[in-house]
Write a protein that binds this ligand. Structure first.
Ligand code: ATP
Ligand code: MG
Length: 412
């Protein structure tokens, strides 16, 4: 894409009221637009990153057998009353609304209820199980604090997957495969080194759940990390006597601030019993389905990458999620640079081409702010030498590469 055609402009300063680093950087770089506190829109570069994260999650959910669907975000009161989650006392972040005829509706805070009810029409026999369904769908939550930029929004996209099993054993095996899939997701998006599965309280569902927590000072949570085991504990379960059962020793634990990027829950029959999701086993007996739910917020992941991997100069995107692979800068050598842009694009490489008439210093500073993994500079000197200057965003030194070698270099 030619940068001259991009309608978005970068900004020298982030809005004064923006306190989080992720939103400050993403707003300045023109990746997002702020509607109001807790509500952000995604601009072309930001949407490319978000979609890359979504695609990685989708691929890993499909690999473990997930089937993608898309449920409505409008929720009916009667359904949520059956599980006792309509009352604001029980779920305190609801946005509620009404039809013109007075019927109460909610805007989805999560989707256990509608997904379970939908599956009652598709599961009746042991032959229909196990099943894994998921979607990427908007959640609305009336969060009290919304100071963490795109990491805590009042309207956000969640990938929520639900597992439906015949027995606890079958459920446990699926839970383990989802936990492994989550590890792969966080590795692929570039957060693997600093993200830990973390035992937390299971809340209203089970004794424990597991959060995926990324170590960062921007986090709102505190966790206790056992690095040797690659596992952590949330403060809320630190004082439980079952610590040893979890394979963790208290003296190995180091306290760190962290961001919850994902969460996996064993739900047991918490939803299947009140909503009548049962199946008939081989003997013809009717039994409740055993469930699990598994969430990730793609925008929170994006905000976390911005928090954790950025430096003093701006954003730093891992290649797996970057909006473009190459940022091509023409410094007064438009003809040659355009030729290279066309050559790389034809080779299937995603290039943002800065074809604008601007000072070199400004172009470099903006390139650092955008955080595209590779910068390629074509100037007057390179026209003579037949070489471009290639620099990785994460490195200080650049190297010269012959024009004809560029495509194969980026295709690796
Ligand atoms: P938190 O404790 O941070 O509020 P949660 O326990 O409410 O998180 P879940 O309901 O388990 O979160 O949601 C699953 C995932 O959705 C989270 O792990 C996170 O990645 C994402 N998520 C949750 N709330 C938000 C939000 N307000 N904005 C963006 N993403 C969110
Ligand atoms: Mg929450």
């Amino acid at each position: 894409m030619r940068q001259s055609a991009l309608f978005v402009r970068t900004k020298k300063e982030a809005p004064k009221d923006e306190v989080s680093k992720n939103a400050q950087l993403l707003l300045r770089a023109g990746f997002i637009h702020k509607e109001m506190a807790g509500a952000y829109s995604f601009l072309p570069l930001g949407l490319r990153v978000l979609n890359n994260i979504i695609q990685i999650i989708r691929e890993e959910m499909n690999k473990v057998g997930g089937q993608e669907v898309l449920l409505s975000s409008l929720q009916d009161k009667e359904l949520w009353e059956k599980t006792d989650r309509w009352d604001d006392e029980k779920v305190d972040v609801w946005f509620k609304t009404k039809l013109k005829n007075g019927t109460n509706l909610g805007l989805a805070v999560t989707h256990e209820e509608p997904m379970t009810r939908m599956m009652t029409q598709h599961i009746s026999s042991y032959r229909d199980l196990p099943a894994l369904t998921y979607h990427f769908q908007t959640k609305f939550r009336n969060e009290t604090r919304a100071k963490s930029g795109i990491m805590r929004m009042r309207e956000f996209l969640m990938k929520d997957l639900y597992s439906f099993s015949r027995t606890e054993e079958e459920h446990d095996a699926l839970y383990v495969s989802l936990k492994e899939a989550y590890k792969i997701v966080f590795k692929r998006v570039g957060l693997g080194e600093v993200t830990y599965p973390t035992f937390a309280s299971g809340g209203m569902f089970s004794k424990y759940s597991e959060e995926f927590q990324t170590v960062s000072d921007a986090g709102e949570d505190s966790i206790y990390v056992d690095e040797a085991n690659g596992q952590a504990l949330n403060a809320e379960v630190l004082n439980d006597e079952v610590l040893a059962d979890l394979g963790l020793k208290r003296e190995n634990l180091v306290e760190k601030k962290s961001i919850e990027v994902g969460n996996i829950f064993s739900l047991g029959t918490r939803f299947s019993v009140p909503l009548g999701l049962t199946y008939k086993n081989e003997k013809g007996e009717s039994l409740p389905v055993i469930m699990g739910s598994y969430g990730i917020g793609p925008a929170r992941v994006m905000g976390t990458i911005a928090e954790v991997l950025s430096d003093d100069l701006g954003l730093v995107w891992p290649e797996s999620v970057a909006p473009f692979q190459v940022h091509l800068l023409s410094l007064g050598a438009d003809e040659k640079a355009t030729e290279i842009y066309e050559m790389l694009t034809k080779a299937g490489i995603e290039v943002l081409y800065d074809d604008r008439d601007m000072r070199a210093g400004e172009k470099f500073a903006e390139s650092d702010l955008l955080g595209i993994p590779y910068r390629v500079v074509v100037g007057k000197r390179s026209v003579e030498s037949g070489k471009a200057e290639v620099k990785k965003r994460t490195e200080k030194e650049s190297e010269e590469k012959a024009f004809e070698d560029l495509a194969s270099f980026f295709k690796r």
